[in-house]
Design a binder for this molecule. Structure first.
Ligand code: GDG
Length: 736
């Protein structure tokens, strides 16, 4: 069985150093409970920051602590205080957290935070690399470690890596504000599987990968040059049974066994039996909409005075990140709001808001869930929100009403709750009234549906589903893994050396140089000329440069060299020192289509029109990717309906639509060169689908090599332009 490596910012345990012996207890956060079954019941190891520094203890204590962690299947990643400040409190919580929750005004863009974030992700990668092998499977969690998947991928190309984001992934318009946006997306794309709570977060990520880095997606698969990354939605659940059982047990407790909180609540109801208790529980975070909730509650008291003295809001706010200024400010705002509302409406017998700023043990939390008739959960932005789910699971009699913000990921799967907009105070006030008056039968009916879903898709199912998808993706990867040229190049070299007459078809853009539309920028450099001249200086070699570019450009670049040339995808061939047409063609059709192409240039900012001798081309690499794609579909449709009476065909390449005489392509051109000679070594290298025509036409014995792609007829693939150049350089050195 594969070992599962779990990685998160913190380890899922708490260590207590106060006694003589170090004490360890399991963590209580959603992640710790969520991953419990995976971590405890399987062969696994969890990496994370242990919240102590090895510098702060002697050798003996450190050994004891590390042994204890190891026994609990945990492995510490040690971080310096400065990095905790810059990476954790800085980049994670002052840059990514606010931005990903749409709090642009709180987002700090500091280079020192970013540098530390990179450094710490690297420390994680290095620490993990020391202990794992390619046979393990790694599951990385959350926004603190967005760069880690790519860093691990660098070290372990075949490792199965999954990543799950627990917070929202924002829309492109927000994400693009980050100066380091490309690096972050590339970092995440190191994984094989990327998991999100909701489909919106997934599509935002897909759009960013497309718009920022040009990666296309096919449904939920992002296609990179040599890898495919699957995106999917895994809405995190809770340990349903735990909450249900605990709540049941508490409900049946005798008076003497009740806890202080339960007694306190009993007293409250005893004094006024028809009073309603509303509960709200969250970390005191600005994303949770706590001030909104208070304003809305005030609006409720103001709008519906008949409920004065009849309703109490019990608000538990757990301290969090209290050294970040925005959190301190919000704490002050909440304190003041509670004070003001209680002062305005409260009296001797009734306090409208009971506010607790502290953490409680989970069991006390469940007692609060159990006792309250209504849960009011109003985040302005929340990845999922587990409290909403825990509240319902802690209602054994199915009574209770959940009021939930539509900005929480959980609202997507909890439509039977009362869903509100957290910025609409009147709507929230009205929903409180609706909840108070909801007939018990309706509460039960709604909750049964909600709870059935929570029970079925519990946290264990969430974790196993994710892991199954990750394993499937890793297994699939092994089947499509292309034949790497590195593994076989000695075989190719051997054949090359032995051969007496060789022909090498080499594409230009994207193969010998990085594609740049502007011919000035795409010109061959000195080293490339040296390389190609060296190759063609061998009397046994014929070098054929096969390009889609126009004849004049290719002639300017290579006309005075020894190579054979193909321009305009085969419309023009350079042989015996002169350019020849592949066959007789006419170009009268161009004037019919030119205005159409021109129209698309006018209406698509950033796009270009190019006229070649026997083709018209519309390029859109610099246009908005979605607009460009849509327009390319329209253009294709429009010209398809008009080409029936002409001998023309449409070619669609990387961000380009080309209209040209039919039956002419690079494959036909290659056959033309092969016809009058008997070569015993044939090779072709190209990077896009127009080169597939060559791969298709060449004999099976030919060495066909595709640059950086996995859907190809070529027998081999190679990483990129630099790798092609290195490969050709080595090839040219092979002498008998
Ligand atoms: C992030 C995302 C996403 C709270 N106070 C106490 C306490 N809690 C527990 C709750 C619940 C958890 O903490 C909070 O989970 P949430 O999901 O509500 O929110 P975040 O902490 O912001 O979590 C969130 C989650 O990750 C999972 O992916 O849902 O959107 O922001 O389990 O019960 N637990 C105890 N004492 C407290 O005082 N014991």
């Amino acid at each position: 069985m594969q070992r599962i490596i779990i990685v998160s910012n913190r380890l899922p345990v708490s260590l207590d150093f106060s006694g003589e012996k170090v004490d360890i207890t399991s963590g209580i956060g959603g992640l710790a409970t969520g991953m419990k079954s995976v971590h405890q019941d399987r062969e696994s190891l969890w990496f994370g920051w242990p919240r102590y520094s090895p510098r702060d203890m002697n050798k003996h204590k450190l050994e004891e602590t590390e042994n204890l962690l190891r026994k609990n299947k945990c492995s510490p990643v040690y971080l310096e205080k400065k990095d905790i400040d810059n990476y954790y409190y800085g980049f994670s919580n002052r840059t990514l957290w606010p931005l990903f929750h749409y709090f642009m005004q709180y987002t700090e863009y500091k280079t020192e935070y970013w540098e530390s974030y990179k450094k710490v992700n690297r420390i994680f990668a290095d620490t993990i690399a020391k202990e794992i092998t390619e046979n393990d499977i790694v599951w990385v969690h959350d926004y603190h470690l967005l760069l880690l998947p790519a860093m691990l991928r660098e070290k372990f190309p075949d490792l199965g890596i999954g990543f799950f984001l627990h917070i929202p992934f924002p829309s492109y318009e927000v994400f693009r504000l980050l100066p380091w946006r490309n690096e972050l997306v590339e970092g995440m794309l190191g994984a094989d599987l990327l998991g999100f709570h909701t489909y919106d977060y997934e599509r935002h990520f897909r759009s960013c990968a497309h718009r920022l880095l040009g990666y296309d997606a096919d449904f939920n698969t992002i296609k990179m040059d040599t890898r495919e990354i699957k995106l999917d939605v895994f809405p995190m659940g809770i340990d349903y049974e735990y909450f249900e059982n605990a709540a049941n047990e508490k409900r049946n407790r005798s008076v003497k066994d009740k806890t202080d909180i339960q007694r306190e609540i009993d007293r409250y109801f005893l004094s006024a039996p028809d009073r309603k208790l509303i509960i709200s529980i969250d970390r005191l975070d600005y994303s949770k909409g706590i001030p909104n909730r208070l304003w809305a509650f005030e609006r409720f008291l103001e709008k519906y005075p008949e409920y004065l003295e009849k309703v109490t809001l019990m608000m538990l706010a757990t301290p969090t990140r209290s050294n970040v200024p925005q959190y301190q400010k919000m704490k002050q705002e909440v304190d003041e709001l509670v004070g003001r509302i209680n002062g305005k409406y409260g009296g001797i017998n009734w306090t409208p808001i009971w506010y607790f700023y502290r953490a409680l043990p989970l069991d006390r939390l469940i007692e609060l869930y159990l006792a309250s008739e209504i849960a009011l959960i109003t985040p302005v932005r929340d990845g999922m929100n587990l409290v909403a789910k825990e509240y319902l699971a802690s209602k054994p009699d199915n009574k209770g009403v959940l009021i939930l913000s539509e900005m929480a990921g959980s609202a997507k799967e909890m439509s039977e709750a009362i869903i509100i907009n957290p910025n609409n105070m009147d709507e929230i006030a009205d929903s409180i009234v609706e909840a108070i008056n909801m007939p018990v039968e309706e509460q039960i009916a709604r909750n049964k549906i909600l709870k059935n879903r929570l029970k079925r898709y519990n946290v264990n199912k969430w974790a196993t589903d994710f892991l199954r998808a990750l394993k499937d993706q890793t297994a699939y990867k092994a089947t499509y893994k292309p034949k790497n040229i590195k593994a076989t190049k000695f075989h190719i070299f051997k054949k090359y050396k032995k051969a007496k007459k060789r022909i090498l078809f080499i594409d230009y853009d994207g193969t010998l140089t990085h594609f740049k539309k502007d011919p000035k920028k795409a010109m061959p450099d000195k080293n490339l000329y040296l390389l190609l001249d060296h190759l063609s200086s061998d009397p046994k070699n014929e070098v054929v440069i096969v390009s889609g570019r126009d004849k004049n450009t290719i002639d300017n670049w290579f006309g005075n060299r020894k190579f054979k040339l193909v321009a305009e995808h085969g419309s023009w061939l350079y042989k015996n020192n002169k350019w020849q047409r592949f066959r007789e063609m006419n170009d009268e059709w161009k004037e019919i289509f030119e205005p159409i192409f021109q129209w698309y240039v006018d209406r698509t900012p950033g796009s270009l029109y190019e006229e070649k001798d026997y083709s018209l081309t519309w390029h859109y690499p610099n246009s908005d990717p979605e607009l460009g794609k849509n327009r390319s579909i329209e253009l294709k449709d429009e010209i398809t309906s008009l080409i029936a009476n002409h001998d023309l065909e449409i070619m669609e390449g990387k961000k380009v639509i080309e209209l040209k005489s039919s039956g002419i392509n690079k494959g036909q051109a290659a056959l033309y060169y092969l016809a009058d000679n008997s070569y015993d070594f044939i090779m072709a290298i190209g990077d896009d689908w127009t080169d597939e025509y060559i791969f298709h036409e060449l004999p099976k014995s030919a060495y066909t090599i595709r640059v950086g792609s996995i859907n190809t007829e070529a027998r081999y693939f190679i990483d990129g332009v630099d790798a092609v150049r290195d490969f050709l350089k080595e090839l040219s050195k092979q002498k008998v």
